[in-house]
Design a protein around this ligand. Structure first.
Ligand code: WT7
Length: 635
């Protein structure tokens, strides 16, 4: 479906209600954008001054080693100074930082004071285990408050966290542990999902067997089922937190603005996942500014970012930015439809959620169950809505706007990436909307749609999305692979010095950007980012598969689904049983999100003469479309 529906031809405008505009942090987007672009560095310096620093920076932006840009050079800070320490000195000490509900219905709340204390305690535990500034800690957990505490505790002592999404499996986790060389891993016994237990600790045991660099595993008891605990390696979180070293006061490590905060692995064009690296200084400035201005966060709000903390959306907008702003955030552990499809709407009513930020795939999934489920609940507390992860099709947009937002709540469709750290193309509440367009760049951000040579495309012409100026929360490098950082993002428009986003887009006559989709071998399945290479190597790691190619095919619900084409080892024949076996294998090795919807056995794959698989040809065949130029096809 997707591609055809996103049309810049729309003349459908949605204007924000007057009271939304008048009360917004930024009531006039145009004026602020213009002002920011006249002096980008001055603009960001002013934003940085709203935060706390141990020492102020000497230079806002150092371009001397571009594309290795440095922000707030000489500044000393720590993101937890802003997210926690400063709040417990004020009335916010008593404010709720986090409201949490587990899938079985259990509840927990954390004031800023309590979150600060729990973070300090765990930070002391980590220090006690020898974790030092710059060490990498892998975190592999369900959506529980201890995940937030573990991230903050790492940041507090200057350790670099690498959160691996709990939906990934053995090999994906093992690869990420190995690449980061983490000696400490924090996990849970299990996670609740749709009433079942996801056995996270079993996956950890296997991953650590494959990547034995891990010396210590800390296990949060969540599901309470029997798990293997290896003597001398595995420790219960609750045992450690009751030791005398776990005191509730912990000195915050003073960090340089450019010291690493976290690594987050994401899929790229080829090979193994890239460890995107973010730092303390610029990231805190950018995420806090974007959240405050786009979602207009105020003290009385109850903000719900329904993503998983294991993705960048959760890092930036569940954990760091809301805490920096002193906001109250809500987090839910489980599936949106458990036990019934009204779970989300029920929680919005019960907790008085004022802003909901989620993904098109979740909206489409809930829309399927009809209007009666949301209509049974009072959703009048909502004042703003948000979308992220893939283009939102206008049909889902309208449903979200009418049935959930009751035509009162503007939808902030935010385009950004793991690499960008925060929202890049996005409306502010004062910007008129067109369903399916992320509208305009955030103040201080210069984006364009360009052709191969770098000329700006005309209105509604397809081109490549580029970012023309550096921004404070940009990735600093690919962990351990600076060459890949340069070649992946900065080589296509090297002469101009532009960042290549990897998306195709159009700009319409009003300057609104319409993101179409990825131009590389990256798939977006239910908003999750996956490399074709990851799914393929999952398939090929099965002894019966000699070669595999996967493509993304448009799907009503998930945006894209995966089709796989496999050449079997000599002498073997395909069967339905083997299809199931391979799906299971991928589920186990890579994770449930990577499981192909369809697996076909073939004798041959279309390849170029240099041996590169022509996924374009496979895709055309799958969709019954013309196969296009086959001149480079190997005979
Ligand atoms: C890719 C980045 C950033 C948080 C989640 C995704 C696609 C993201 C939108 C949007 C159209 C979008 C792009 C982008 N994407 N948001 N609002 N409209 N496309 O982060 O996993 O790094 O994926 O997601 O293709 O390049 P990510």
């Amino acid at each position: 479906m997707a591609e055809e529906t996103y049309s810049p031809a729309t003349t459908e405008w949605y204007y924000p209600p007057d009271e939304v505009v008048e009360n917004a942090h930024v009531p006039d987007y145009e004026a602020v954008y213009k002002e920011a672009m006249q002096d980008i560095e001055g603009f960001w310096a002013k934003r940085a001054e709203t935060l706390d620093w141990y020492e102020k920076w000497d230079q806002v932006l150092d371009r001397s080693q571009a594309p290795f840009y440095k922000w707030f050079v000489g500044g000393k800070t720590n993101i937890t100074l802003n997210a926690l320490d400063r709040h417990v000195q004020t009335w916010r000490k008593n404010k709720l930082a986090l409201i949490w509900e587990g899938e079985p219905g259990d509840k927990k709340t954390f004031s800023y004071w309590r979150l600060w204390q729990e973070t300090n305690k765990f930070a002391n535990v980590l220090r006690g285990m020898g974790v030092k500034k710059g060490d990498r800690v892998t975190i592999y957990m369900g959506r529980v408050p201890e995940l937030v505490i573990a991230m903050l505790a790492c940041a507090k002592i200057g350790a670099i966290h690498s959160v691996v999404y709990g939906g990934f499996s053995e090999q994906a986790l093992a690869d990420r542990i190995e690449d980061a060389q983490s000696r400490v891993l924090v996990t849970c016994d299990g996670a609740w999902l749709r009433g079942d237990i996801v056995r996270l600790k079993d996956t950890v045991d296997e991953a650590v067997r494959r990547s034995p660099v891990v010396e210590t595993v800390i296990v949060v008891k969540r599901t309470g089922h029997e798990v293997n605990m290896e003597h001398g390696r595995d420790y219960w979180y609750h045992d450690l937190m009751s030791l005398p070293i776990a005191t509730p006061v912990c000195e915050t490590q003073v960090m340089n603005a450019e010291d690493p905060l976290f690594i987050l692995y994401t899929s790229g064009t080829t090979g193994k996942p890239k460890g995107v690296l973010h730092t303390h200084g610029g990231y805190q400035v950018y995420t806090a500014t974007t959240l405050q201005w786009v979602f207009d966060i105020k003290d009385e709000d109850r903000w719900w970012c329904a993503a998983d903390p294991g993705w960048i959306t959760g890092h930036s907008y569940i954990v760091y930015a809301p805490l920096i702003l002193g906001a109250t955030g809500f987090m839910y552990e489980g599936a949106p439809t458990y036990p019934y499809p009204n779970r989300w709407w029920k929680m919005i009513e019960e907790y008085g959620i004022t802003i909901l930020y989620t993904a098109p795939t979740a909206i489409r999934g809930l829309m399927r169950f009809g209007d009666a489920w949301p209509n049974r609940h009072d959703l009048s507390s909502l004042r703003l809505l948000g979308s992220v992860g893939e283009p939102i099709n206008p049909e889902a947009w309208r449903w979200y706007y009418k049935v959930i937002g009751k035509e009162r709540c503007p939808i902030m469709d935010t385009w950004w990436q793991t690499e960008t750290g925060g929202f890049m193309i996005t409306p502010l509440p004062s910007v008129p909307l067109k369903p399916g367009s992320a509208t305009r760049p955030f103040p201080g951000i210069e984006v364009d749609v360009v052709d191969e040579e770098g000329n700006s495309c005309g209105p509604n012409e397809d081109g490549k999305l580029v970012i023309k100026q550096p921004w404070p929360s940009m990735l600093r490098t690919v962990y351990g692979d600076p060459d890949r950082y340069v070649s992946q993002y900065w080589s296509e428009y090297k002469k101009q010095g532009w960042y290549l986003a990897g998306d195709s887009a159009r700009k319409d006559e009003d300057g609104y950007i319409w993101v179409i989709g990825r131009i590389d071998d990256v798939l977006k399945v239910s908003g999750y980012r996956l490399g074709t290479a990851e799914v393929e190597s999952g398939l090929v790691s099965h002894p019966k598969v000699a070669e595999a190619a996967v493509i993304g095919v448009p799907d009503e619900l998930k945006g894209n689904i995966i089709y796989a084409y496999c050449i079997l080892a000599a002498g073997l024949e395909g069967s339905d049983a083997l299809v199931d076996e391979l799906k299971n294998h991928v589920r186990h090795e890579v994770g449930p999100i990577a499981v192909p919807a369809r697996i076909e056995f073939v004798d041959k794959l279309p390849k170029t003469r240099s041996g590169k698989i022509m996924r374009r040809v496979l895709k055309a065949r799958a969709l019954g479309q013309p196969e296009g130029d086959l001149s480079t096809l190997e005979s």
